[in-house]
Design a protein around this ligand. Structure first.
Ligand SMILES: [Zn+2]
Length: 218
């Protein structure tokens, strides 16, 4: 684990039981996160992605009535669920619990916007090579909600196909980009400063040393 700086290792594994933190799979996840956040551009795109999720989770919070103050944005971390390690470059934690609030078509509409907003914001404002990071996982998560909603809403004539919700959400979120632009840019900086500075320092350092190594030593 010598290749992973100690401060990043402890940040990334903050939610992992102490005895599992030096597990080989856990370290592998740490390395994957660091390679996903290899450049300042990767980090900024990630922050815009999560900011997109955040803005639309706030919109959802109004519909399902939980206070916005209960939303928490987390930085990169290794996860451990059902004996499996995974990772997240960032996340927005909300108290929304689909098992406690009956689905409505309006809620499904909002869940689709939450899902697509990450990709829409990263594509619009991000400068990284890969702006679609995390998008497939986001759609998968929406499809999980959709399957649950289907159980109670399948007879509702206003209930659409999953792909229609996604398509409509992409359009609505893209249309509203100018409305939230300034807010999103401020939020992105706030989030980056709160959660990504150590990763940014590491990315900048790795990048600089890469450039230096191209200079002949003679
Ligand atoms: Zn996402």
């Amino acid at each position: 684990m010598g290749d992973i700086p100690e401060n990043l290792l402890s940040l990334l594994t903050r939610d992992i039981p102490a005895e599992l933190r030096d597990h080989e799979d856990c370290l592998k996840m740490c390395r994957e996160v660091l390679s996903e956040l290899a450049t300042p551009e990767d980090i900024e795109a990630t922050c815009f992605h999560e900011t997109g999720h955040f803005i639309y989770t706030v919109a959802l919070s109004i519909v399902v009535q939980f206070p916005e103050e209960q939303l928490v944005m987390h930085g990169p971390q290794v996860t451990y669920e059902n004996d499996d390690f995974g990772w997240a470059l960032g996340s927005v934690q909300s108290p929304y619990d689909s098992s406690k609030i009956p689905f409505t078509t309006e809620i499904v509409e909002h869940l689709a916007r939450v899902a697509v907003a990450g990709g829409v914001y990263a594509r619009k404002y991000g400068q990284s090579a890969d702006k679609s990071k995390g998008v497939r996982g986001d759609i998968r998560k929406f499809n999980d909600y959709y399957r649950l909603a289907l159980q109670t809403l399948h007879k509702d004539p206003a209930f659409l196909e999953a792909s229609e919700y996604i398509e409509d959400a992409e359009k609505k979120v893209a249309e509203k980009l100018p409305v939230f632009e300034q807010y999103a840019k401020n939020k992105m900086i706030e989030y980056k400063q709160a959660q990504f500075l150590p990763f940014l320092a590491y990315a900048t350092k790795t990048k600089t040393s890469g450039v230096l190594s191209e200079i002949p030593s003679s």
